[in-house]
Design a protein around this ligand. Structure first.
Ligand code: AMP
Ligand code: MG
Length: 418
Protein backbone atom coordinates (compact mmCIF):
# COMPACT_ATOMS: atom_id res chain seq x y z
CA UNK A 1 0.00 0.00 0.00
CA UNK A 2 1.44 3.35 -1.01
CA UNK A 3 -0.42 5.23 1.67
CA UNK A 4 -1.76 4.56 5.07
CA UNK A 5 -4.84 6.33 6.29
CA UNK A 6 -2.49 8.79 8.01
CA UNK A 7 -0.80 9.94 4.80
CA UNK A 8 -3.50 11.56 2.77
CA UNK A 9 -3.46 12.14 -0.97
CA UNK A 10 -5.31 14.98 -2.64
CA UNK A 11 -8.68 14.61 -4.29
CA UNK A 12 -7.01 15.37 -7.63
CA UNK A 13 -4.43 12.63 -7.16
CA UNK A 14 -7.16 10.16 -6.19
CA UNK A 15 -9.05 10.98 -9.40
CA UNK A 16 -5.86 10.62 -11.43
CA UNK A 17 -5.28 7.11 -10.02
CA UNK A 18 -8.79 6.03 -10.90
CA UNK A 19 -8.79 7.71 -14.28
CA UNK A 20 -5.51 6.04 -15.26
CA UNK A 21 -6.72 2.62 -14.14
CA UNK A 22 -10.13 2.70 -15.84
CA UNK A 23 -10.66 1.53 -19.43
CA UNK A 24 -13.94 1.07 -21.30
CA UNK A 25 -15.42 -2.36 -20.60
CA UNK A 26 -16.30 -5.10 -23.10
CA UNK A 27 -18.93 -4.51 -25.76
CA UNK A 28 -21.94 -6.79 -26.33
CA UNK A 29 -24.93 -6.85 -28.69
CA UNK A 30 -28.08 -5.60 -27.01
CA UNK A 31 -31.53 -5.63 -28.55
CA UNK A 32 -33.01 -2.16 -28.85
CA UNK A 33 -35.97 -3.35 -26.78
CA UNK A 34 -33.53 -3.83 -23.87
CA UNK A 35 -31.26 -0.90 -24.57
CA UNK A 36 -32.87 1.86 -22.48
CA UNK A 37 -30.23 3.20 -20.07
CA UNK A 38 -27.34 1.35 -21.69
CA UNK A 39 -24.39 3.16 -23.26
CA UNK A 40 -23.83 2.92 -26.99
CA UNK A 41 -20.28 1.72 -27.68
CA UNK A 42 -20.21 1.80 -31.48
CA UNK A 43 -21.58 4.36 -33.91
CA UNK A 44 -24.86 3.40 -35.55
CA UNK A 45 -25.11 3.83 -39.33
CA UNK A 46 -28.26 4.28 -41.35
CA UNK A 47 -29.18 1.03 -43.09
CA UNK A 48 -31.05 2.91 -45.81
CA UNK A 49 -31.91 6.42 -46.96
CA UNK A 50 -34.00 8.55 -44.61
CA UNK A 51 -36.62 9.42 -45.57
CA UNK A 52 -36.92 6.27 -47.63
CA UNK A 53 -39.24 8.06 -50.10
CA UNK A 54 -40.05 11.65 -51.10
CA UNK A 55 -42.50 12.59 -48.38
CA UNK A 56 -45.11 15.32 -47.92
CA UNK A 57 -44.32 17.55 -44.94
CA UNK A 58 -47.70 19.34 -44.92
CA UNK A 59 -51.34 18.54 -45.51
CA UNK A 60 -52.20 20.05 -48.90
CA UNK A 61 -52.02 19.31 -52.62
CA UNK A 62 -49.23 17.58 -54.51
CA UNK A 63 -48.61 19.47 -57.73
CA UNK A 64 -46.05 20.19 -60.39
CA UNK A 65 -44.52 23.55 -59.42
CA UNK A 66 -44.78 24.60 -63.07
CA UNK A 67 -48.59 24.20 -62.91
CA UNK A 68 -48.89 26.86 -60.19
CA UNK A 69 -46.23 29.27 -61.45
CA UNK A 70 -48.90 31.81 -62.39
CA UNK A 71 -51.09 31.45 -59.28
CA UNK A 72 -53.86 32.05 -58.48
CA UNK A 73 -54.91 29.19 -60.69
CA UNK A 74 -57.32 26.27 -60.68
CA UNK A 75 -56.19 22.63 -60.86
CA UNK A 76 -58.12 19.42 -61.38
CA UNK A 77 -57.94 17.12 -58.32
CA UNK A 78 -57.01 13.61 -59.46
CA UNK A 79 -57.04 11.70 -56.18
CA UNK A 80 -55.83 11.52 -52.61
CA UNK A 81 -52.40 10.42 -51.31
CA UNK A 82 -52.51 9.00 -47.77
CA UNK A 83 -49.75 8.26 -45.26
CA UNK A 84 -48.85 4.60 -45.50
CA UNK A 85 -49.75 4.11 -49.18
CA UNK A 86 -47.71 4.66 -52.33
CA UNK A 87 -49.86 6.23 -55.05
CA UNK A 88 -49.49 5.03 -58.64
CA UNK A 89 -51.67 7.81 -60.05
CA UNK A 90 -49.53 10.35 -61.88
CA UNK A 91 -49.99 14.07 -61.33
CA UNK A 92 -49.89 15.82 -64.70
CA UNK A 93 -49.74 19.45 -65.78
CA UNK A 94 -52.74 21.37 -64.46
CA UNK A 95 -53.50 18.63 -61.92
CA UNK A 96 -53.28 18.30 -58.14
CA UNK A 97 -53.62 15.41 -55.72
CA UNK A 98 -54.87 15.90 -52.17
CA UNK A 99 -52.02 14.74 -49.90
CA UNK A 100 -51.58 14.25 -46.16
CA UNK A 101 -48.44 14.79 -44.10
CA UNK A 102 -46.22 11.73 -44.25
CA UNK A 103 -47.68 10.39 -47.51
CA UNK A 104 -45.30 9.49 -50.35
CA UNK A 105 -45.29 12.12 -53.09
CA UNK A 106 -47.18 10.73 -56.10
CA UNK A 107 -45.28 10.33 -59.38
CA UNK A 108 -45.19 13.48 -61.47
CA UNK A 109 -45.54 15.89 -58.54
CA UNK A 110 -42.56 17.91 -57.33
CA UNK A 111 -44.07 20.18 -54.65
CA UNK A 112 -46.85 20.37 -52.07
CA UNK A 113 -49.06 23.42 -51.75
CA UNK A 114 -50.19 23.68 -48.11
CA UNK A 115 -53.95 23.41 -47.70
CA UNK A 116 -53.93 26.89 -46.15
CA UNK A 117 -52.90 28.32 -49.55
CA UNK A 118 -55.82 26.66 -51.36
CA UNK A 119 -59.59 26.82 -51.51
CA UNK A 120 -62.12 24.40 -52.96
CA UNK A 121 -63.32 25.17 -56.48
CA UNK A 122 -66.20 23.87 -58.60
CA UNK A 123 -66.19 20.58 -60.52
CA UNK A 124 -63.77 18.73 -58.28
CA UNK A 125 -61.10 21.38 -58.72
CA UNK A 126 -58.95 23.28 -56.22
CA UNK A 127 -57.88 26.86 -56.41
CA UNK A 128 -54.23 27.52 -55.53
CA UNK A 129 -53.63 30.98 -54.13
CA UNK A 130 -49.86 31.21 -54.50
CA UNK A 131 -46.98 29.79 -56.48
CA UNK A 132 -44.60 27.27 -54.88
CA UNK A 133 -41.13 26.22 -55.95
CA UNK A 134 -40.21 22.62 -56.77
CA UNK A 135 -39.31 20.81 -53.53
CA UNK A 136 -41.64 22.93 -51.39
CA UNK A 137 -43.03 21.07 -48.33
CA UNK A 138 -41.31 17.86 -49.38
CA UNK A 139 -38.64 15.91 -47.52
CA UNK A 140 -36.64 14.27 -50.31
CA UNK A 141 -35.55 10.66 -50.07
CA UNK A 142 -32.16 10.54 -48.30
CA UNK A 143 -32.19 14.27 -47.53
CA UNK A 144 -31.74 13.70 -43.78
CA UNK A 145 -29.44 10.65 -43.90
CA UNK A 146 -28.15 8.59 -46.82
CA UNK A 147 -27.59 4.87 -46.33
CA UNK A 148 -24.46 4.20 -44.23
CA UNK A 149 -24.26 7.73 -42.83
CA UNK A 150 -23.98 7.99 -39.05
CA UNK A 151 -27.20 8.35 -37.09
CA UNK A 152 -25.77 8.01 -33.56
CA UNK A 153 -22.23 8.62 -32.32
CA UNK A 154 -20.75 6.68 -29.38
CA UNK A 155 -20.57 6.89 -26.48
CA UNK A 156 -24.01 8.08 -25.58
CA UNK A 157 -26.56 6.79 -23.10
CA UNK A 158 -29.68 5.38 -24.71
CA UNK A 159 -32.54 7.59 -23.60
CA UNK A 160 -35.84 8.39 -25.28
CA UNK A 161 -34.33 10.39 -28.16
CA UNK A 162 -31.79 7.67 -28.99
CA UNK A 163 -34.54 5.02 -28.93
CA UNK A 164 -36.48 7.18 -31.38
CA UNK A 165 -33.44 7.46 -33.68
CA UNK A 166 -32.80 3.71 -33.58
CA UNK A 167 -36.45 2.88 -34.23
CA UNK A 168 -36.64 5.39 -37.08
CA UNK A 169 -33.61 3.81 -38.70
CA UNK A 170 -35.03 0.31 -38.22
CA UNK A 171 -32.04 -0.71 -36.07
CA UNK A 172 -32.94 -3.71 -33.89
CA UNK A 173 -29.69 -4.19 -31.94
CA UNK A 174 -26.70 -2.09 -30.92
CA UNK A 175 -23.18 -2.57 -29.60
CA UNK A 176 -23.36 -1.42 -25.97
CA UNK A 177 -20.85 -1.54 -23.15
CA UNK A 178 -21.55 -4.48 -20.90
CA UNK A 179 -23.22 -2.97 -17.87
CA UNK A 180 -20.49 -2.55 -15.26
CA UNK A 181 -20.98 -5.11 -12.51
CA UNK A 182 -20.96 -3.77 -9.01
CA UNK A 183 -20.75 -6.00 -5.93
CA UNK A 184 -21.36 -4.45 -2.54
CA UNK A 185 -20.33 -5.68 0.90
CA UNK A 186 -21.39 -3.59 3.85
CA UNK A 187 -19.66 -4.49 7.08
CA UNK A 188 -20.57 -4.16 10.72
CA UNK A 189 -21.85 -6.28 13.61
CA UNK A 190 -24.31 -3.49 14.33
CA UNK A 191 -26.20 -3.80 11.04
CA UNK A 192 -29.68 -5.25 10.71
CA UNK A 193 -31.85 -5.22 7.59
CA UNK A 194 -34.77 -2.82 7.17
CA UNK A 195 -37.78 -4.30 8.96
CA UNK A 196 -35.62 -6.25 11.44
CA UNK A 197 -35.95 -5.52 15.16
CA UNK A 198 -32.93 -3.72 16.55
CA UNK A 199 -31.33 -4.94 19.76
CA UNK A 200 -29.57 -2.25 21.79
CA UNK A 201 -26.67 -0.86 19.78
CA UNK A 202 -27.92 -2.16 16.44
CA UNK A 203 -28.82 0.03 13.46
CA UNK A 204 -30.54 -0.50 10.14
CA UNK A 205 -28.20 -0.88 7.19
CA UNK A 206 -28.77 2.19 5.04
CA UNK A 207 -25.57 2.09 2.98
CA UNK A 208 -26.45 -1.20 1.30
CA UNK A 209 -29.72 -0.02 -0.28
CA UNK A 210 -28.33 3.49 -0.90
CA UNK A 211 -25.28 2.21 -2.77
CA UNK A 212 -27.21 -0.31 -4.81
CA UNK A 213 -29.53 2.46 -5.99
CA UNK A 214 -26.69 4.90 -6.61
CA UNK A 215 -24.69 2.33 -8.57
CA UNK A 216 -27.73 1.69 -10.77
CA UNK A 217 -28.27 5.42 -11.21
CA UNK A 218 -24.66 5.62 -12.41
CA UNK A 219 -25.35 2.95 -15.05
CA UNK A 220 -24.18 -0.24 -13.31
CA UNK A 221 -25.89 -3.52 -12.56
CA UNK A 222 -25.65 -4.70 -8.96
CA UNK A 223 -24.62 -8.35 -8.88
CA UNK A 224 -24.06 -8.87 -5.15
CA UNK A 225 -25.19 -7.09 -2.03
CA UNK A 226 -23.99 -8.70 1.17
CA UNK A 227 -23.61 -7.85 4.84
CA UNK A 228 -20.42 -9.02 6.57
CA UNK A 229 -19.84 -9.37 10.27
CA UNK A 230 -16.77 -7.72 11.77
CA UNK A 231 -14.81 -10.98 11.77
CA UNK A 232 -11.97 -11.85 9.44
CA UNK A 233 -13.61 -15.10 8.41
CA UNK A 234 -16.99 -13.65 7.49
CA UNK A 235 -15.45 -10.63 5.84
CA UNK A 236 -13.08 -12.81 3.81
CA UNK A 237 -15.93 -15.00 2.61
CA UNK A 238 -18.20 -12.06 1.63
CA UNK A 239 -15.40 -10.04 0.08
CA UNK A 240 -14.14 -13.00 -1.94
CA UNK A 241 -17.66 -13.52 -3.24
CA UNK A 242 -17.94 -9.82 -4.10
CA UNK A 243 -14.61 -9.88 -5.94
CA UNK A 244 -15.76 -12.90 -7.93
CA UNK A 245 -19.07 -11.23 -8.78
CA UNK A 246 -17.42 -7.96 -9.73
CA UNK A 247 -15.07 -9.43 -12.33
CA UNK A 248 -14.48 -6.73 -14.92
CA UNK A 249 -16.36 -4.29 -12.68
CA UNK A 250 -16.24 -2.80 -9.23
CA UNK A 251 -16.29 -4.35 -5.75
CA UNK A 252 -17.22 -1.96 -2.97
CA UNK A 253 -16.57 -2.67 0.70
CA UNK A 254 -18.23 -0.29 3.14
CA UNK A 255 -17.18 0.38 6.71
CA UNK A 256 -14.24 -1.05 8.58
CA UNK A 257 -11.80 1.11 6.62
CA UNK A 258 -10.39 3.25 9.37
CA UNK A 259 -8.37 2.78 12.54
CA UNK A 260 -10.85 0.97 14.80
CA UNK A 261 -9.96 -2.38 16.33
CA UNK A 262 -12.53 -4.07 14.05
CA UNK A 263 -11.62 -2.17 10.90
CA UNK A 264 -10.55 -5.28 9.06
CA UNK A 265 -11.31 -4.47 5.42
CA UNK A 266 -7.91 -3.21 4.18
CA UNK A 267 -6.01 -6.21 5.52
CA UNK A 268 -8.56 -8.85 4.53
CA UNK A 269 -8.76 -7.37 1.04
CA UNK A 270 -4.97 -7.51 0.73
CA UNK A 271 -5.08 -11.14 1.82
CA UNK A 272 -7.46 -11.77 -1.11
CA UNK A 273 -5.02 -10.20 -3.55
CA UNK A 274 -6.26 -6.62 -3.65
CA UNK A 275 -3.45 -4.11 -4.28
CA UNK A 276 -4.48 -0.77 -2.84
CA UNK A 277 -3.35 2.23 -4.89
CA UNK A 278 -4.20 4.61 -2.09
CA UNK A 279 -5.86 4.63 1.31
CA UNK A 280 -6.67 8.02 2.75
CA UNK A 281 -7.78 11.17 0.97
CA UNK A 282 -7.57 14.74 2.17
CA UNK A 283 -11.32 15.07 2.09
CA UNK A 284 -14.29 15.66 4.38
CA UNK A 285 -16.26 13.50 4.61
CA UNK A 286 -14.50 10.42 3.31
CA UNK A 287 -10.95 10.47 4.60
CA UNK A 288 -10.53 6.67 5.00
CA UNK A 289 -11.48 5.93 1.37
CA UNK A 290 -9.27 3.45 -0.46
CA UNK A 291 -9.04 2.34 -4.07
CA UNK A 292 -7.20 -0.58 -5.55
CA UNK A 293 -7.19 -3.38 -8.07
CA UNK A 294 -8.36 -6.91 -7.27
CA UNK A 295 -6.72 -10.19 -8.27
CA UNK A 296 -8.71 -10.42 -11.53
CA UNK A 297 -8.28 -6.74 -12.39
CA UNK A 298 -11.50 -5.66 -10.67
CA UNK A 299 -11.69 -2.14 -9.37
CA UNK A 300 -12.03 -2.16 -5.59
CA UNK A 301 -13.29 0.70 -3.51
CA UNK A 302 -13.18 0.79 0.28
CA UNK A 303 -15.59 3.37 1.63
CA UNK A 304 -16.14 4.67 5.15
CA UNK A 305 -19.28 3.33 6.83
CA UNK A 306 -20.54 6.73 7.81
CA UNK A 307 -23.59 7.04 5.53
CA UNK A 308 -22.85 10.50 4.15
CA UNK A 309 -19.15 9.74 3.65
CA UNK A 310 -20.17 6.59 1.84
CA UNK A 311 -22.57 8.44 -0.47
CA UNK A 312 -20.19 11.31 -1.21
CA UNK A 313 -17.26 9.02 -1.93
CA UNK A 314 -19.23 6.72 -4.20
CA UNK A 315 -20.35 9.79 -6.11
CA UNK A 316 -16.78 11.09 -6.29
CA UNK A 317 -14.95 7.83 -7.03
CA UNK A 318 -17.25 4.85 -7.68
CA UNK A 319 -19.16 6.81 -10.29
CA UNK A 320 -15.93 7.57 -12.19
CA UNK A 321 -15.17 3.85 -12.39
CA UNK A 322 -18.65 2.99 -13.64
CA UNK A 323 -18.69 5.77 -16.18
CA UNK A 324 -15.18 4.87 -17.34
CA UNK A 325 -16.23 1.24 -17.89
CA UNK A 326 -19.24 2.62 -19.76
CA UNK A 327 -17.00 4.52 -22.17
CA UNK A 328 -17.15 7.94 -20.49
CA UNK A 329 -13.52 8.12 -19.37
CA UNK A 330 -12.86 11.34 -17.53
CA UNK A 331 -10.30 12.88 -15.24
CA UNK A 332 -12.77 13.96 -12.56
CA UNK A 333 -16.49 13.55 -11.89
CA UNK A 334 -18.85 15.98 -13.65
CA UNK A 335 -19.08 19.20 -11.63
CA UNK A 336 -20.99 22.33 -12.42
CA UNK A 337 -20.58 25.91 -11.28
CA UNK A 338 -23.47 27.04 -9.09
CA UNK A 339 -24.30 30.27 -7.34
CA UNK A 340 -24.69 29.70 -3.61
CA UNK A 341 -27.92 30.91 -2.11
CA UNK A 342 -26.44 30.32 1.38
CA UNK A 343 -23.08 31.05 2.94
CA UNK A 344 -20.76 28.13 3.73
CA UNK A 345 -19.09 28.62 7.07
CA UNK A 346 -15.46 27.89 7.85
CA UNK A 347 -15.42 24.54 9.65
CA UNK A 348 -12.09 24.78 11.42
CA UNK A 349 -10.94 21.74 9.39
CA UNK A 350 -8.79 22.59 6.38
CA UNK A 351 -9.79 19.52 4.35
CA UNK A 352 -11.77 20.10 1.14
CA UNK A 353 -15.40 19.44 1.98
CA UNK A 354 -18.59 18.38 0.21
CA UNK A 355 -21.92 19.52 1.64
CA UNK A 356 -25.35 18.23 0.66
CA UNK A 357 -27.28 20.77 -1.38
CA UNK A 358 -30.30 21.14 -3.60
CA UNK A 359 -29.10 22.21 -7.03
CA UNK A 360 -31.54 23.92 -9.33
CA UNK A 361 -32.21 27.04 -11.30
CA UNK A 362 -32.95 30.45 -9.88
CA UNK A 363 -34.06 32.81 -12.68
CA UNK A 364 -32.33 30.44 -15.10
CA UNK A 365 -29.02 30.46 -13.23
CA UNK A 366 -27.56 27.26 -11.71
CA UNK A 367 -27.97 27.70 -7.99
CA UNK A 368 -27.36 25.59 -4.89
CA UNK A 369 -29.20 25.78 -1.60
CA UNK A 370 -27.45 24.01 1.28
CA UNK A 371 -29.44 21.25 2.93
CA UNK A 372 -29.84 21.57 6.68
CA UNK A 373 -27.75 18.86 8.30
CA UNK A 374 -25.68 17.99 11.33
CA UNK A 375 -22.50 16.88 9.62
CA UNK A 376 -21.38 13.65 8.07
CA UNK A 377 -23.04 11.33 10.56
CA UNK A 378 -26.44 12.88 9.74
CA UNK A 379 -28.03 10.83 6.96
CA UNK A 380 -31.06 13.11 6.66
CA UNK A 381 -29.33 16.16 5.17
CA UNK A 382 -28.74 14.38 1.83
CA UNK A 383 -32.42 13.41 1.91
CA UNK A 384 -33.21 17.03 1.09
CA UNK A 385 -30.49 17.29 -1.56
CA UNK A 386 -29.70 16.27 -5.13
CA UNK A 387 -25.96 16.81 -5.01
CA UNK A 388 -23.03 18.13 -3.04
CA UNK A 389 -21.36 21.53 -3.05
CA UNK A 390 -17.58 21.61 -2.99
CA UNK A 391 -15.83 23.78 -0.40
CA UNK A 392 -12.18 23.63 -1.57
CA UNK A 393 -10.75 24.71 1.79
CA UNK A 394 -12.83 23.75 4.78
CA UNK A 395 -11.34 26.55 6.85
CA UNK A 396 -12.29 29.24 4.33
CA UNK A 397 -15.89 30.45 4.37
CA UNK A 398 -17.73 31.08 1.10
CA UNK A 399 -20.20 33.94 0.93
CA UNK A 400 -23.79 33.65 -0.08
CA UNK A 401 -24.05 34.75 -3.73
CA UNK A 402 -20.54 33.46 -4.59
CA UNK A 403 -19.95 30.77 -7.17
CA UNK A 404 -18.85 27.28 -6.19
CA UNK A 405 -18.51 23.86 -7.83
CA UNK A 406 -21.07 21.15 -7.20
CA UNK A 407 -21.40 17.47 -7.97
CA UNK A 408 -24.95 16.70 -9.05
CA UNK A 409 -26.43 13.23 -8.70
CA UNK A 410 -26.04 11.13 -11.87
CA UNK A 411 -28.15 12.28 -14.80
CA UNK A 412 -28.00 14.66 -17.69
CA UNK A 413 -24.40 15.80 -17.39
CA UNK A 414 -22.92 12.32 -17.71
CA UNK A 415 -22.78 12.06 -21.50
CA UNK A 416 -20.44 14.98 -21.95
CA UNK A 417 -17.04 13.89 -23.21
CA UNK A 418 -14.33 16.55 -23.24
P1 AMP B 1 -17.12 2.30 10.22
O1 AMP B 1 -16.63 2.97 8.98
O2 AMP B 1 -17.32 0.84 10.05
O3 AMP B 1 -16.22 2.63 11.37
O4 AMP B 1 -18.53 2.92 10.54
C1 AMP B 1 -18.68 4.30 10.78
C2 AMP B 1 -20.09 4.63 11.22
O5 AMP B 1 -20.98 4.31 10.16
C3 AMP B 1 -20.57 3.83 12.39
O6 AMP B 1 -21.40 4.64 13.18
C4 AMP B 1 -21.38 2.73 11.78
O7 AMP B 1 -22.34 2.19 12.63
C5 AMP B 1 -21.98 3.43 10.59
N1 AMP B 1 -22.27 2.48 9.51
C6 AMP B 1 -21.39 1.57 9.03
N2 AMP B 1 -21.95 0.85 8.06
C7 AMP B 1 -23.23 1.30 7.92
C8 AMP B 1 -24.30 0.92 7.10
N3 AMP B 1 -24.17 -0.05 6.18
N4 AMP B 1 -25.45 1.60 7.21
C9 AMP B 1 -25.56 2.60 8.12
N5 AMP B 1 -24.57 2.99 8.93
C10 AMP B 1 -23.41 2.35 8.85
MG1 MG C 1 -17.68 -0.76 11.23
Amino acid sequence: MENTVQSLISLQTAWEHISRATRPGPVERVSVAEAHGRVLAEPVLASGDYPAFDKAMMDGYAVRAASVASAPCTLAVVGEALAGYASDVRVGDGEAMRINTGAPLPPGADAVVPVEATSPAANGCVQVGRAVKAGKCISRRGSIRKASQKILAAPIRIRSAQLAALSTAGVTSIGAYRQPRVAIVVTGDELIPLGGSAKPGQIVDSNGPMLAALARECGATVVRSAVARDTEADLREKLADALAGAEGGLAVAVGGMSMGTRDLVPGVAEGLGVRWAFHGINLRPGKPTAYGIGPAGQHVLGLPGNPVSCAVCFLLFGRMVIEGLNGFGRSSPPMIRVRLSDAIEASGDSRPAFLPAMIGLQDGEPTARLAAWHGSSDPFGPGAANGYVHQPHGDLAINSGDWASAVPMPGLLDDWTA
